[in-house]
Write a protein that binds this ligand. Structure first.
Ligand SMILES: [Zn+2]
Length: 487
């Protein structure tokens, strides 16, 4: 496998060397950001390289738990080193690796981080059409767990970096390639640990791009979604206790009956509607491509939600509903392991997601009121504050300008993610972080994320590399003068 990649790289390098004799003549003067164009790259070779890389990285099983991300971190370290890019592996614990690479720019501007995660959610081969860790390339797709989330993103980020390096173009910002572990269970042993213990390595960064947004393709229409805020998880465990005993001679009140009563109250509880500014901004932008009444409602969402007909229609879409209220999902249930044993305790997990700006303590206090049973103990499993990033930055403008060039009619939407990524660790440190991978995925492919038969179209990989490279070059890159290349 490695030989194949090296051969491809060799071929690529030859193409690039020949291009370098041509391009310095073209780029004799710095061009303004809007007219920045990327050199004439052999995109079918890039597509092939992207597919091979993704296939290989999918074959490294980083199912979390346990993660074992070090193998993937070492893979990237080798690839980056071959490319002449400085790279180091860090571990939060044995096996829990993180890859950190840095491509030097002129240093005139602050660094840009390209963040992805190395771990994936588990996959059961018996349920999949192809082996989830086989890395099969077939009919224009790479198949396997992580093909989209997030190994596809890592390949796009790496190739954008590599093409920048190979092109010899000069750019102002250092670009940091950061792949962390543990994201799928909250990132505390990945991005959280790295930001806590090695922040000095990224302290010069101003911007960050990661998963969580991209180009959406629905019914032939495209829209660019840049996530600027996320809902915050507030994962709660509820525990009930009661007399243990034999199932043949039950008492009226047990841990299980108490728990079920509490959960039923929570199930019936309707959280209040609230339209935060980031969500209103998103729907206002969406309104531009809607007609008549819907557009009017989208432009004044808070008010529109008081209209029963609109509210019913709007909240029937789970994605929309999640953007205008705190949500509660009942997920884990634990009672007795045996049919004839009444357990002394029973527990449940709630996956609650809070809107930006919500106070988790207040939310939990409210749930306690709803349950109204001192026997039920609440404990927090995971929670962090929801931080948002300002959409008025040169990075957002760069994405907008790339979108305008590639898809003049596609809206660029600052959006709020219903789920969460590792961005909050970086946003909390003041790094402007956007979810935007550059990947354009159809609904049927996006469904594979955390589901069955995850797959990545090769063409989407290739185009995303193009998009990301254009974005990086559009922030403030200045083409090299005179032909000396590489740093
Ligand atoms: Zn992910």
């Amino acid at each position: 496998m490695m030989t194949q990649i090296q051969t491809l790289r060799g071929a690529d390098r030859r193409i690039w060397l020949s291009l370098l004799f041509v391009f310095p003549l073209v780029f004799v003067r710095p061009l303004p950001a809007e007219t920045q164009t990327i050199p004439d790259i052999n995109w079918s070779a890039v597509e092939k390289e992207a597919g091979e890389l993704l296939s290989q990285v999918v074959q490294i099983d980083t199912s979390n738990p346990p993660g074992n991300e070090t193998a993937a971190a070492r893979f990237w370290q080798n690839i980056l080193t071959q490319e002449g890019i400085e790279a180091r592996v860090y571990e939060s614990e044995p096996g829990r690796g993180i890859i950190y690479g840095r491509l030097k720019g002129s240093g005139k501007k602050k660094a840009l981080i390209l963040l992805h995660h190395l771990d994936v959610v588990p996959a059961d081969p018996a349920e999949w059409e192809f082996d989830p860790f086989g890395g099969v390339i077939k009919d224009g797709y790479v198949h396997g767990r992580g093909a989209i989330d997030c190994k596809g993103v890592s390949v796009v980020q790496f190739l954008a970096l590599a093409l920048l390096k190979r092109s010899g173009l000069r750019f102002e910002r250092d670009i940091i390639f950061l792949g962390t572990g543990d994201e799928e269970v909250g990132g505390r042993k990945g991005a959280g640990w790295f930001v806590d213990t090695h922040f000095d390595l990224i302290a010069d960064a101003e911007f960050l791009l990661t998963e969580g947004g991209g180009i959406r393709q629905r019914d032939g229409k495209r829209s660019y979604r840049v996530s600027v805020a996320e809902k915050a998880p507030c994962w709660i465990e509820l525990k009930a206790t009661g007399p243990a005993g034999h199932g043949a001679s039950p008492t009226p009140e047990t841990a299980v009956t108490r728990l079920i009563r509490a959960l039923d109250k929570i199930r019936r509880h309707q959280t209040a509607f609230k339209v935060v500014p980031a969500v209103q901004a998103y729907f206002s932008a969406l309104a531009d491509s809607e007609d008549g009444e819907t557009a009017r409602h989208y432009r004044a969402l808070e008010q529109a939600l008081q209209d029963e007909t609109f509210r019913k229609k709007f909240t029937a879409k789970p994605g929309h509903n999640a953007l205008v209220r705190n949500t509660i999902s009942l997920t884990v249930l634990n009672g007795s392991p045996k049919t004839n044993v009444v357990p002394a305790s029973a527990s449940a997990h709630l996956d609650c997601r809070l809107l930006p700006g919500e106070d988790p303590q207040q939310f939990i206090a409210q749930l306690k009121q709803v349950v109204d049973d001192p026997n039920i103990q609440f404990s927090t499993l995971l929670n962090f504050p929801s931080a948002a990033s300002d959409p008025a930055t040169p990075l957002f403008e760069a994405i907008r300008s790339v979108a305008a060039r590639r898809d003049p009619h596609a809206p660029v939407l600052p959006s709020v993610l219903g789920g969460f990524t590792d961005t909050h660790y970086f946003r909390e440190k003041g790094i402007i972080s956007y979810g935007f991978s550059g990947l354009a995925l159809a609904a049927e492919d996006a469904r594979g994320v955390h589901g069955l038969n995850e797959r990545m179209p090769l063409a989407a990989l290739r185009d995303a590399v193009q998009v990301l490279l254009e974005v990086v070059l559009s922030i403030d890159a200045i083409p090299e003068e005179g032909g000396a290349h590489g740093s």
